[in-house]
Design a protein around this ligand. Structure first.
Ligand code: SAH
Length: 374
């Protein structure tokens, strides 16, 4: 059956739920921190604006219980946009001949950290395409040097799927955290978003490896990616519950004009914030970023994310000249409030809704892997 050609009302098997059934599912989620696959599907499929408001009130209450009104910041350093992979959605995919490629040198990366440290950042996130130039030795060397110069900071890597042994070396060199979105749990859906060389099961294996090695792990998925169904999102929730990561990054899919998905519709703010609220109730202590993609899809997207239970933002620390080249999707925020220099403006925006930026490492209260060094 090709789901694509069915309208929402024609999709069989998803039970229609009433407002009161929706509320009781949300109540049970708050109490037990779990739902079944059928319940997740029904709640996601049957969401309404008033159910969303009911959810967000509870998600805010949970977030405030554990994290108060603090918003943690992470300095994002997009250090290379070369990539060996060809993900159909991503603007820096290998086949995009129009992407202007760049790599930061070790000194440039260190000076981003220095600038960030002065601004109050205590977590540096090194994110990039899967770039073979940055060999295991080179990454290990960069991580060791950041660790030596900034002993009170957390170092987060987000450089894709690598052998367990590479992950182990980076961890031993001082990396504490790793972000690797699972993108979508369902292997059939995964294969509609990626070339055959990539698989959902390998990506998930990497996440289990990272966790076993002692990393604080972040995973997540795109909301509204092409062909995604409510069942796919239900599976994503079940996977998150099982993995129990320290961080979950989700954001709307946004098309990039030079990719095979150029003509696909974007995900919505509405569904993204609904999913944020659900994740906050399922994993009360998780670190939940209001992502750049959320800030890109709507002017007040990040504020709406915070009001749905998010508690992290990741401003850009990359040098201004290269920012516009790390274009994962069209219109990606890379100046203005997104720029780390504008931290004060960002803080003012959050103050206006009753929250504030906190300067600390902002470790997850989900302590399972918290004995990481540094
Ligand atoms: N190479 C690294 C970093 C990827 S970029 C890795 O493989 O993990 C970080 C995230 O951006 C991806 O995991 C993906 O979820 C998101 N992303 C990429 N293209 C996107 C798009 N077109 N719209 C929304 N999010 C996108």
């Amino acid at each position: 059956m090709n789901r694509q050609i069915l309208t929402d009302s024609e999709i069989p098997m998803i039970p229609v739920i009433s407002e009161s059934e929706g509320k009781s599912l949300i109540d049970r989620l708050e109490q037990t921190r779990a739902l079944s696959r059928a319940e997740w599907t029904a709640l996601i499929h049957g969401r309404t604006p008033s159910l969303a408001e009911y959810l967000f009130e509870r998600a805010r209450r949970t977030r405030i219980r554990y994290y108060g009104k603090d918003i943690y910041i992470r300095g994002l350093i997009e250090f290379t946009n070369y990539c060996r992979n060809d993900c159909y959605y991503c603007g820096i995919r290998k086949s995009n001949k129009n992407a202007v490629r760049y790599r930061l040198s070790k000194d440039q990366i260190l000076s981003c950290c220095e600038t960030g440290y002065q601004l109050g950042f205590r977590t540096f996130v090194l994110q990039g395409g899967e770039d073979g130039w940055f060999t295991e030795d080179r990454i290990t060397d960069i991580v060791s040097e950041i660790r030596r110069r900034f002993p009170d900071c957390a170092i987060t890597l987000s450089i894709g799927e690598l052998p367990r042994e590479s992950y182990r070396r980076f961890f031993d060199a001082g990396a504490d955290r790793y972000l690797l979105r699972h993108e979508t749990y369902d292997s059939a859906h995964y294969s509609r978003l990626h070339p055959a060389s990539l698989s959902a099961s390998h990506r998930q294996k990497c996440l289990w490896d990272l966790k076993e090695l002692g990393y604080q792990v972040g995973t997540g998925f795109m909301v509204g990616s092409p062909y995604q169904t409510a069942e796919n999102l239900a599976d994503d929730m079940l996977f998150l519950k099982e993995l129990n990561p320290q961080m979950v990054g989700i954001g709307p899919f946004l098309p990039h004009h030079d990719t095979p998905f150029a003509g696909q519709p974007a995900g919505t703010l509405e569904l993204t914030v609904f999913m944020l609220g659900l994740i906050r109730l399922m994993l009360p202590k998780v670190l939940l970023p209001a992502t750049t993609a959320l800030g890109t899809i709507a002017e007040d997207g990040r504020e709406q994310g915070i009001l749905a239970g998010a508690n992290v933002v990741m401003p850009n620390l990359s040098p201004a000249q290269v920012r516009e080249n790390y274009l994962l999707y069209d219109n990606k925020l890379c100046t203005g409030d997104e720029a780390a220099e504008s931290l004060k403006i960002l803080d003012e925006r959050f103050c206006a809704i009753g929250y504030h930026i906190a300067v600390s490492r902002g470790d997850s209260l989900n302590t399972e892997n918290s004995d990481a060094p540094g």
